[in-house]
Structures are given as C-alpha cells and as structure tokens.
Design a protein around this ligand. Structure first.
Ligand SMILES: [Zn+2]
Length: 337
C-alpha cells in the first residue's frame, strides 16, 4: 500500500521522575509543562507501559502496535513473523540529578525476575555539563564480595569506573553492566524494548515521598556480569563517504547504530527491515513517494521496511543516527500472554 511507504513520526511520551529536568524542552524541543522533573522522552515505544502514537499524516492517532498488527511485514520486513512485536525502544533522557546505580538483566534473567526482556542499551551523549560523569562498569578487580561489602557500608562510588564524557561519545552498556548516568547529562538511548531495571544503590537519597526508593539488590547481584570490568566510550570506525562520512558506533545482536555526517544527499533504508533515524544536529529531510519528515536535533523518524530506499538530504550539514534491529530481541504477541 502506497500510504505505508512514508516516514512515520510519533508523539513523544514524556516521563517525569525525580532525577529529570527541563532540557528535554529547552534543548530538544519536547512539549514539556512547567515542572522541573521531565526525565525521559520515549520516542518510539511498544512496551506494555507505553505505546507510541503517530503524530501526523494518514495514520495520525494510530498506535505503533495497531499499525504493526494491521501490516506487520510492511513495517518490520517481509521475513518477520506477523506476530512480531517492535524490538527496540528509543529515548531521550535528561539527568538533572544522578540516576541510581543500576543494572539490567539479560534475556533469561529478565524473563525470570522481571517478566520482561533483558536490556542491552547504548547511549549517545547530547550534552554534558563541565565535570559531569558517566559511571560505567565496575573497576578492575571488583568482585561480588567487594560489592556486597560496599553496599553494606554505603561506600559504593569508589568501586565504580567513571569518566567525564564529551558530546558525541557513544557508550555501550550490554545487559549485566553496572551503570549510572551522572547529573548534567542529556543523551539519546537505543535499547531493547524492555523496562527491566534493578537498582543497586541510590546514593543515600530519598524519593519524592521522603522515603528511600526501593532497591533490588538480590536481583541486581544476580544480573551483574562481574567479568565486564570498566567501560569507556566506544572508538567509532570512521569511513569517508561521497555524501559526507559514516561512523560505526555499535553492532551487537540486538541493534546496530551508525552515525552519519551528511553533507549532501543520499539514500537510506532497506526493504527487508525497518530503519530509525535520529537527528543529532543540523537539519535534514527524509522523503519517499509516501511523504516527508524533518530531522533536526531531537527528532526521531521510523522508516517502514515497505518504503525501501528513502532519500535523505541535508540542508547544509546534518548529523544523524541510523539504527537498525539485530537478529535477537524479537518477541511475538503470542508469547506475551
Ligand atoms: Zn540503563
């Protein structure tokens, strides 16, 4: 159907949490209200807690789940089971305060402990205040015994590896990696469609109700990969292109993420899979015979598989993330029960 060939854009789903701020509005143009606790903007989601809705065009008002139920292979690709659920979750996140120290389970433990998938995720830093930190991985040599002892005394920070990120850094956080996003950071997050998070340590602070937020220490300790060690930003593999340059940021069984510096125009998308574009700076347009969408900082666009090759053109120069799903992380409506 020709009307399924165009780029799809969705209403952002804003989540308010104690550590959030206002930069989803001031930096990324999201429609926030007067509060100062806007933590996450779920850009493309089909999770039991939140499902994206198309914001304009012939499918305005329809949910991603409804679209996939009606035309699964036009969106996801001809090889996909008609029962497939959308496998990725795309978010922006504003940490006015440091998030809890946490870990996500792998798929097996996610099913067992959280009735959810596991969560492997990747971050691309959009803003970092001077001195802002990313905590990623345990320091070399920190084992379960040392971590349990530190949890007992509340002196956890010295066991965590951290660095001060630069704008554009990509951090890959496979399931099992202990992590915390520090105060003063705004980032884009690409992850498995899961909300399975186990909080290990909350810096001794209190929640909005004046009580400590719940921890999940047993589940977290089971989920941690103690062999993972310290995690630093990925080193992108740069390739010059006729239209600019591309960098391979992450390629894992759940997704691949490339960054394009687009100087002119080219084509993007594949007829056997969907592609997600995320605007990271500058301005570009993506179009097909089915329609057009703008890509500036903070804009996220889904290119359905049935659209095949889309034209993408920079106004002058634009930075884009190009995201595709991997072979793992697919679930079906039948499994959900
Ligand atoms: Zn996380």
């Amino acid at each position: 159907m020709a009307d399924f060939l165009g780029p799809l854009t969705f209403e952002p789903i804003l989540r308010r949490l104690i550590w959030g701020g206002r930069r989803l509005g001031t930096l990324l143009g999201k429609p926030i209200g007067p509060g100062d606790d806007y933590a996450e903007s779920w850009e493309i989601a089909d999770h039991r807690d939140a499902i994206s809705r198309v914001d304009r065009g012939p499918f305005a008002g329809q949910s991603l789940r409804e679209l996939i139920a009606a035309r699964p292979q036009d969106i996801l690709g001809q090889d996909r089971s008609p029962e497939s659920r959308f496998p990725l979750l795309i978010k922006f996140l504003d940490a006015r305060q440091t998030l809890s120290v946490q870990v996500h389970p792998d798929d097996r433990l996610g099913a067992e402990l959280a009735n959810d998938q596991g969560k492997t995720e990747a971050w691309i830093i959009l803003h970092a205040d001077p001195g802002a930190r990313i905590y990623a991985g345990l320091r070399a040599g920190v084992d379960r015994q040392a971590l349990v002892a530190a949890l007992g005394t509340g002196d956890v920070e010295p066991l965590l590896h951290w660095f001060e990120p630069q704008i554009g850094d990509c951090v890959f956080i496979p399931a099992g990696t202990v992590h915390a996003i520090g105060a003063g950071i705004v980032l884009a997050e690409i992850q498995q469609m899961s909300d399975a998070t186990f909080r290990l340590y909350d810096w001794g602070r209190l929640g909005s109700d004046g009580r400590p937020r719940a921890l999940h220490i047993d589940e977290a300790l089971r989920s941690i990969d103690f062999g993972r060690g310290p995690v630093d930003p990925v080193r992108p593999v740069l390739a010059e292109q006729p239209w600019g340059a591309s960098e391979s940021l992450v390629e894992c069984p759940y997704f691949r993420v490339d960054r394009w510096r687009l100087e002119t125009a080219t084509q993007v998308g594949q007829s056997d899979r969907f592609t997600i574009l995320i605007g990271m700076g500058g301005r570009a347009w993506v179009s097909s015979s089915g329609g057009e969408a703008e890509l500036g900082l903070g804009r996220t666009v889904l290119l359905p598989a049935a659209g095949g090759r889309f034209r993408v053109e920079a106004e002058r120069s634009a930075l884009l993330l190009v995201v595709q799903a991997g072979s793992l992380g697919w679930t079906s409506a039948a499994e959900e029960g």
